[in-house]
Design a binder for this molecule. Structure first.
Ligand SMILES: [Zn+2]
Length: 130
């Protein structure tokens, strides 16, 4: 099975990609900004359509829960890694290690992420995008 970037969903070639922890991804507002302008753009449409902030808040909470509770590493492509302020060499090493040790998947546990910090990153991005 082809491996896909956990941010943009594009296929990542064998032996490429960076591995990040859930906290590294979930607490980065740039990650949320990407998601809100791509796969989760519907959240903004929902706000405009219904004009009900509570509903959008609920959706946001669900997304935050889902992202923060991910306990496996995130695989990130060469392009999306630019969104994150991380030690790239370390993330490369982590990715190589996981691929070598666990050919069947991401069984290593690096999460869950901090829920409060994740929510604050998501809210920040939410305000700047919508
Ligand atoms: Zn990507």
């Amino acid at each position: 099975m082809a491996r896909k970037c956990d941010v943009c969903l594009k296929t990542i070639p064998r032996n490429r990609g960076y591995a990040l922890t859930t906290t590294q991804v979930a607490t980065t507002p740039a990650y949320w900004e990407y998601a809100f302008t791509h796969q989760w753009a519907y959240v903004g449409k929902q706000v405009k359509l219904l004009d009900v902030t509570i509903q959008a808040g609920e959706t946001l909470e669900n997304l935050v829960q889902m992202v923060a509770s991910d306990y496996t590493p995130w695989l990130i492509c060469d392009s999306c890694i630019k969104l994150f302020k991380v030690d790239r060499n370390q993330c490369l090493k982590l990715a190589k290690h996981f691929t070598a040790e666990m050919p069947n998947g991401w069984q290593q546990i690096t999460g869950p992420g901090d829920l409060k910090e994740t929510f604050s990153a998501a809210k920040k991005a939410y305000r700047s995008v919508f």
